[in-house]
Design a protein around this ligand. Structure first.
Ligand code: ZN
Length: 227
C-alpha cells in the first residue's frame, strides 16, 4: 500500500478551490481556456496527472472541462446520462483513484436534467401500473415495500438508479426536480462508496475526498452540495 500523504486533504481542497475559481470565470464570461496549447499537449504525451475525477451527466450543455475552465490533463471525466453508475463507470473511477491518484472525486448533477425527468416519468408509470389494481393502495407498508422491490428489480437502469432516487426523495417529502437532482447526486455517491472497495479504502486512508455538486444551467454556476 502506498504511504499516506498527510497533505492529501489540502491537495483535494485546493483542487476544489481551483475548479470553483475556474467555474466563476466561466459563469462571468471570463474563461481563460488554460492549458489547451500545443506545448501543453506535447508535455502530456507520456503521462497524465489529473487533479480530480468528475462523474457527471452526458448532457451536451454540461461539459466539465468547459464549465470549470480547465485544460488538457486537468480532469479525468466520466459522463453518462444522469451520471448513472454501471461496472464500466466504476472501473473508470477506480482507475482514476488507484492509478492516477486523484485526490478529489466530484459527482455532479445539473439543473434541468432530462435523465432525472425520465426517471421520474418511469417511476410514475410504474406507480400508475401498480395502483391500477383496486386491491392495492400505495398507503400500506406492504405496497410501499413491493414498489421498492419492483423498482430495484426493473429491467430499466434509469428506473433502478434515477427512479429510485426520485422515489426516495418523495418519501422524504421532497418534490421538485431540483430536489430529485440533489438526492440523486447523494445516492450516486452512496452507491459508489458501497460498490467500490478501492474507493472505500482511499476514503478510509484520507487519500480521497468526494464532493457532490449541481450545475445550474441558468447561472452557469456550480453549487457544492452538503448532505
Ligand atoms: Zn442530465
Amino acid at each position: 500500500m502506498a504511504e499516506e500523504d498527510p497533505d492529501q486533504e489540502s491537495t483535494a481542497n485546493s483542487t476544489l478551490s481551483r475548479m470553483l475559481a475556474g467555474n466563476r470565470r466561466f459563469a462571468e464570461g471570463h474563461s481563460e481556456h488554460p492549458w489547451q496549447d500545443m506545448q501543453t499537449r506535447e508535455s502530456l504525451i507520456d503521462r497524465q496527472n489529473p487533479d480530480a475525477a468528475v462523474l457527471s451527466c452526458s448532457d451536451s450543455r454540461v461539459p466539465p472541462e468547459i464549465i470549470f475552465d480547465a485544460g488538457l490533463g486537468d480532469l479525468f471525466t466520466i459522463r453518462t446520462a444522469g451520471q448513472i453508475i454501471d461496472d464500466a463507470v466504476l472501473a473508470s473511477l477506480e482507475y482514476a483513484v488507484d492509478h492516477l491518484h486523484v485526490s478529489l472525486l466530484m459527482v455532479m448533477g445539473h439543473e434541468g436534467c432530462g435523465a432525472v425527468a425520465l426517471g421520474a416519468e418511469q417511476l410514475d408509470a410504474l406507480i400508475a401500473d401498480s395502483t391500477s389494481d383496486p386491491e392495492s393502495s400505495l398507503e400500506s407498508a406492504d405496497a410501499m415495500a413491493e414498489l421498492d422491490e419492483r423498482i430495484a428489480s426493473s429491467d430499466s437502469i434509469v428506473l433502478r438508479s434515477v427512479g429510485m432516487s426520485v422515489w426516495q426523495a418523495r418519501e422524504a417529502e421532497l418534490d421538485t426536480s431540483e430536489d430529485f437532482e440533489r438526492v440523486h447526486v447523494a445516492r450516486t455517491i452512496e452507491e459508489l462508496v458501497t460498490r467500490s472497495e478501492i474507493i472505500q479504502d482511499a476514503l478510509a486512508h484520507d487519500r480521497l475526498m468526494i464532493v457532490g455538486a449541481r450545475y445550474q444551467l441558468s447561472t452557469g454556476k456550480v453549487e457544492v452540495l452538503s448532505f
